[in-house]
Structure formats: structure tokens, C-alpha cells
Design a protein around this ligand. Structure first.
Ligand code: SF4
Length: 478
């Protein structure tokens, strides 16, 4: 059986403002995970439209397409194309789970929620000619899952081919997040068996890893065992966490010892009112500055995530946020315009209030305003969002933020990482065109190398106990 797995390009990836490097970071791991359930005599092809032209004149028996909100229209066109050619088409992913009735007319089968339990069942049904129209499984487990088919991934086309996911979901329930929509009807946070995760890490070549888990520190027991097992592997890695997990216990020190060098942190907003109204309880009352200081003391760079347009935001939110992030020495920032994804609590609240302005899913890319704003106009919001990116990544602010670190090496790493990410677009474009992204990995590994702190981790531990007296959460004007 010939099975084709496709990740269609996100609409924004084709826009003139497209930063090719942003869409050449990670391979489609989810599809490679599903491909692992095929039999040895099946032939699998995996194509990612972000990094290659799709071949559309082939004749697979089965086509599996991953659908996100801003590639949904493209995914439906591809599905229609392959169905017209006689292939059986299966659609799954976040958008299909959120809006099954929209996706179903384009598919022979749709998958709701995660696929590790349903895809093997579907394959068995399909081979018998008895495939169902909808697959949903309330049973969720990662025990005994087969090895991800990394042989299908064209490693040379990605900057971070060693991306890895060892958990699914997140223990929290933020109203604007897709997570609850995707995992509805079953467990919404679960982990691999630690030994399986460590074995997968062992199989990955080189030093660098990027954990794409929503919340790598979300299960403290699992994360502690994982980091313990990684000690001595000589890895450097990046991942994501919440503020509260950084502040709790000594998990973050264990992560640093295992090789954590850069962390995506969802600060999202500096307003307690916004945190409360978004149900982002885990950030409420948490001392952002203390979390940042703890990471910096461990030599961990920070990618801060911020959302603009929450109801408590006013027109000064952009400057306040950028100034704060720069003064905190945050290395890179990801700004988003609030986006009510279908299936989320935020979407249903806004829909009930008549605030959804468009259902053109191409605009749901966190760069456009798709809802009726409150204290700020849509024009102001869009302009402020654009300005925040420009200001945060101005040379003067890059230098100012880098200068916040105590160690010279951390300053230099900050400069290299931040400027390298945002200021050398033509260089990235050239590397992508010459298909040399994977050869840039040693540079990234060097930038992520350890900052040696006086007295090492033990000294940091001591400092931390001193420093981490409860401090008030940030208030504007500091
Ligand atoms: S903490 Fe992050 S991943 Fe978890 S629900 Fe909130 S936004 Fe989603």
C-alpha cells in the first residue's frame, strides 16, 4: 500500500512577509509518528509543503493530511484533488477536531483528537475495506508506541531536525489555547514512559534537541526522571514551560544540569485582570521577575510569549510590554494578536457576545485582528503589534537586553541568538536555498553552550534560596 502524508503550507508561510526560516525549523513529527503504524511492506512518503514542492500527479492508495487553521483551505483543496484521483483521504489535526463538520465533506475519514490510538484502528479497518467516517478515541496512552519514522524526514531541509515530543497536552486550561479543544473527551495531559523517551533521545544524532511539548515541566515526576536520565548525555536542548513550574521546587535546576539552555515561557500578559479573565490561573500572583532571574542565573535564555488585545489592554500595552521584556533581558520575544480559535472557550465566549468579525480562517494567524476589540481599536492593535516586533528587535534594544546579564558569555550568547534570529534574513534565505540548514546546527549548538557561572549550579542554588523570597508580581512602571 502506498501511503502519502502531507503537511500543507500555512497561508502565512506563502505571504510576501514570510520568513522562510520560521517555517523551516521543525519537521512534521506528528505525521512521522503516524507513519510508524504502517506495515513493513507498506510504502510511506512524507511531504512538507513549507520546505518542498508537493508532487501532485502521483497515485497513493491513502492520503493523510494534517490540518491547522491557516492551512485548512489548502488542505481541503489537496484532499479534493486526491479524492478525485481515486485515493482514500483522511484528515486530522487541530482544525479538524475543532470543526469536524467543515472538514468532513472533504474527507473519507476524519480523526478527532490525538491519533496514536485511532490511527492503528483505522488502518486495520481500512485494510478490511471497512473504514469508518469518524475516528475518536477517549483512550489515550503513549505506552508501547512504535518508533517515530524519522527515516521519512528530510533532515537537511530543517534547522532543528532533532525535534521531539515526549508528552501530550498540558495540565492547564487557558481560555485562548487550542489544547482543551483538541483533547476534549479524554485525558488532556499524559507522558511517554521515561525509558522510551530516553531511548528516543539516544537514537537522535548530534547534541541539539528541541522539545516541542506544550509544557515540558508539566509533570514534575516525569520531567525529573527524564532530566536525571539525560545527565551525562552531553545534550543541549530547548523547550517550553510555565512561570509557576520554573518557580516550583528544583526541577529547573535539574533541567539545566541535563542541558536546558533556552526556554519558551508563556508570560502572555502583565495584567492580572487579563490573566484572570483568560483563566491563566497558573500565572496569577507569580513573580515573573523571579522566574526570569532564576533562569538567567542558570544560564538559560528566554523566549517570552506575549498576547496583545486582551480586554484589559489599552494603547500603552505595546510599549510597556516591550520595555519590560528588554529590561528583563529576555532574548527573543514572540508577540501574538489575541486569536479566538474555534473550539476554544475564548471563541465560544466571543461568539456568544457577537464579537467574532470574520470566519476567514486564513486571517486566524495571530497577526490579524478577527474579533471586536474592547479598550483599543483594531487598527491600533495591529499597528501596536507590528511596532512591538520592530522595537523589540531594534539594534538598540537587542544590545540593551543583552547588557542585562551578569556574565559576559551570557551577553554574547544573547546577542548572537537574538540578532542571528532576526537580523540576518538574507543569510538564512541563502542557506535555505542552498539546502544547507542542517549544516548550521553546530553554530546553534555553540550559541547554546553552557554559561559557566562562578561556583556552578551549587552557587546558583544558594543564590536562588536567597533571591526567591516572594516578590510582588510585575506592575507597570517598574
Ligand atoms: S499553559 Fe500554555 S499550553 Fe497549557 S493551556 Fe495554557 S496556553 Fe495552553
Amino acid at each position: 500500500m502506498l501511503v502519502k502524508f502531507i503537511l500543507p503550507a500555512l497561508t502565512e508561510a506563502k505571504s510576501p512577509f514570510w520568513r522562510p526560516i520560521k517555517y523551516s525549523l521543525f519537521p512534521p513529527l506528528g505525521l512521522a509518528t503516524l507513519a510508524a503504524y504502517l506495515r513493513a511492506d507498506d510504502v510511506a512518503v512524507l511531504q512538507d509543503e513549507h520546505v518542498e514542492e508537493l508532487t501532485l500527479d502521483d497515485a497513493p492508495d491513502l492520503v493523510v493530511i494534517q490540518v491547522y487553521i491557516t492551512n485548512a483551505y489548502r488542505a481541503y483543496r489537496l484532499a479534493d484533488h486526491y479524492r478525485a484521483r481515486g485515493a482514500f483521504v483522511a484528515l486530522g489535526g487541530l482544525h479538524v477536531t475543532s470543526l469536524p463538520e467543515e472538514a468532513a465533506p472533504h474527507a473519507d475519514a476524519i480523526f478527532l483528537g490525538p491519533g496514536e490510538d485511532t490511527f492503528p484502528k483505522f488502518l486495520a479497518d481500512f485494510r478490511k475495506g471497512q473504514a469508518q467516517k469518524v475516528y475518536f478515541s477517549p483512550v489515550r496512552s503513549l505506552e508501547g508506541i512504535p518508533r517515530v519514522r524519522r527515516d521519512l524526514i528530510k533532515r537537511h531541509l530543517y534547522l532543528v531536525p532533532n525535534s521531539i515530543v515526549v508528552t501530550r497536552g498540558c495540565p492547564h486550561h487557558c481560555d485562548f489555547c487550542y489544547k482543551d479543544a483538541f483533547f476534549t473527551g479524554g485525558k488532556s495531559f499524559y507522558t511517554q514512559v521515561v525509558d522510551d523517551a530516553l531511548a528516543e533521545i539516544e537514537r537522535l544524532p548530534g547534541r541539539h534537541l528541541y522539545f516541542l511539548d506544550d509544557h515540558l515541566l508539566g509533570n514534575a515526576k516525569f520531567a525529573a526522571a527524564l532530566f536525571e536520565g539525560m545527565r551525562g548525555m552531553n545534550r543541549v536542548f530547548q523547550g517550553a514551560s510555565t512561570v509557576d513550574a520554573i518557580l516550583r521546587g528544583n526541577l529547573i535546576e535539574k533541567a539545566a544540569e541535563a542541558g536546558l539552555r533556552s526556554l519558551f515561557v508563556g508570560f502572555e500578559t502583565l495584567s492580572e485582570t487579563n490573566l484572570r479573565s483568560s483563566n491563566k490561573k497558573q500565572n496569577l500572583g507569580k513573580d515573573y521577575r523571579a522566574a526570569i532571574r532564576r533562569l538567567h542565573d542558570l544560564g538559560i535564555m528566554i523566549n517570552g510569549s506575549f498576547v496583545f488585545g486582551l480586554d484589559d489592554d489599552t494603547s500603552d500595552v505595546f510599549k510597556t510590554t516591550v520595555d519590560w521584556a528588554v529590561l528583563q533581558g529576555i532574548t527573543t520575544a514572540t508577540f501574538h494578536i489575541l486569536t479566538p480559535y474555534p473550539g476554544t472557550q475564548l471563541f465560544s465566549d466571543m461568539e456568544n457576545q457577537g464579537r467574532i468579525l470574520t470566519r476567514d480562517w486564513d486571517l486566524y494567524d495571530t497577526r490579524h485582528v478577527v474579533y471586536q476589540t474592547r479598550n483599543i481599536s483594531a487598527t491600533e492593535l495591529k499597528a501596536g503589534y507590528d511596532r512591538a516586533y520592530r522595537d523589540f528587535y531594534s539594534w538598540s534594544n537587542i544590545f540593551k537586553a543583552a547588557a542585562q546579564h551578569d556574565s559576559l558569555k551570557h551577553c554574547l550568547k544573547h546577542l548572537a541568538y537574538s540578532a542571528g534570529w532576526k537580523k540576518f534574513e538574507p543569510v538564512w534565505n541563502f542557506i535555505i536555498k542552498t539546502k544547507g540548514l542542517n549544516r548550521s546546527l553546530p553554530v546553534l549548538e555553540a550559541v547554546l553552550s553552557k554559561v559557566r557561572l562562578a561556583g556552578g549550579i551549587a552557587a546558583v542554588e544558594g543564590q536562588r534560596r536567597e533571591t526567591f523570597k516572594p516578590l510582588p508580581v510585575y506592575s507597570p512602571g517598574e
